[in-house]
Design a protein around this ligand. Sequence first.
Ligand SMILES: NC(=O)C1=CN([C@@H]2O[C@H](COP(=O)(O)OP(=O)(O)OC[C@H]3O[C@@H](n4cnc5c(N)ncnc54)[C@H](OP(=O)(O)O)[C@@H]3O)[C@@H](O)[C@H]2O)C=CC1
Ligand SMILES: O=C(O)[C@@H]1CCC=N1
Length: 269
Amino acid sequence: MTQTVAVLGTGKIGEALLSGMIRAGWRPADLLVTARRSERAQELHTRYGVESVSNPEAAKAADILILAVKPQDMGKLLDELAPHVTADRLVISAAAGITTTFIEERLTQGTPVVRVMPNTPVLVDEGMSVISAGSHATGAHLTTTEEIFGGVGKTLRVPESQQDAATALSGSGPAYFYFLVEAMTDAGILLGLPRAQAHDLIVQAAIGAAVMLRDSGEHPVKLREAVTSPAGTTISAIRELENHGVRAALIAALEAARDRSRELASGNG
Ligand SMILES: NC(=O)C1=CN([C@@H]2O[C@H](COP(=O)(O)OP(=O)(O)OC[C@H]3O[C@@H](n4cnc5c(N)ncnc54)[C@H](OP(=O)(O)O)[C@@H]3O)[C@@H](O)[C@H]2O)C=CC1
Ligand SMILES: O=C(O)[C@@H]1CCC=N1
C-alpha cells in the first residue's frame, strides 16, 4: 500500500527534499506539506501540485512525517504534533543537533524516530544523507528512510553518536566548497581574469577534481601529487596554503561545526 509522506517545514532543505521525491517518482497526491505562511503554501502548490495542511492534520493523515524546521523551532513543532502522532507513524528528523531522544520524549511512547542529516545537493540528486535509528526504530524504518533519501543521492547509516561529526562534514560540507570557489574566483580576478571566466574555470576544476576523487579509486594525496610538478606552479601555491595554516583552519572549522551541532541539541539554539 502506498504510504503518505508529509514534509513539515518547507524551507531550503524541506523543499529540496520535496522536489527530489517528486523527481524520484512520488506522486504529489501521496505527499503533504506544512508551511507557516499561506503564500509559501500557495507557492509550493503551484510548483509541485502538493497540498498544504496544518501540522496536526499532517500528523493525522501521513504515515511518515519528515521534520525539516530549524532546531530552535523543533520543540514548538513537537508540542503541536504530540497529541496526534501515534506510534504506528515513522518520524524522520532532518534537524541539526536534535537527538532522537529529544523527539521521543515529546511524542507518544514507542514512536519510531529516525535522525537524518541530508545536504542541499539532494536538489541535483547528488545528496548525502546520514541516517541513525532512534530507540524504537527498526531495520524496516531505516530501510524506508533509505528509500526516501536514496532517491536523491547516497545514504549512510551511522550510530547516532557520530551524527554531530557527520553534520560538520556532510550536512555543512557543500558550503565549504562554495566558499572555496568564491575565494578562488576572487583570486582569478586579482590575476586579471574576467569574473565569469574565473568562475567557469574554477567550477570546472572542482567538477573534474570531484569526479576523479569519486571514480579513480586514488587517494587524494596521489591525485594532488600528480598535479604538483617539481619546481612548478602548484607547489608554490601549496606552500602558501601551508604557510597560512589552511589545513589547520579546516580542522578547526569542522570542529566548530561539530560543537555547534552539539549545542543545538537543547533545541534552544
Ligand atoms: N540547509 C541545509 O543545508 C540543511 C539543513 N538541515 C536542517 O534542516 C532544517 C531546516 O533548515 P533550512 O531548510 O536551512 O531552514 P529554513 O529556515 O529554510 O526552513 C525552515 C522552514 O520551516 C518553517 N517552519 C518553522 N516552524 C514551522 C512550523 N511550526 N510549521 C511549519 N513550518 C515551520 C519555516 O517557515 P518560515 O519560512 O515562515 O520561517 C521555514 O520555511 C534545520 O533543522 C537544519 O538543521 C539539514 C541539513 C542541511
Ligand atoms: O547550517 C546548518 O545549521 C544546517 C545544518 C547542516 C547544514 N546546514
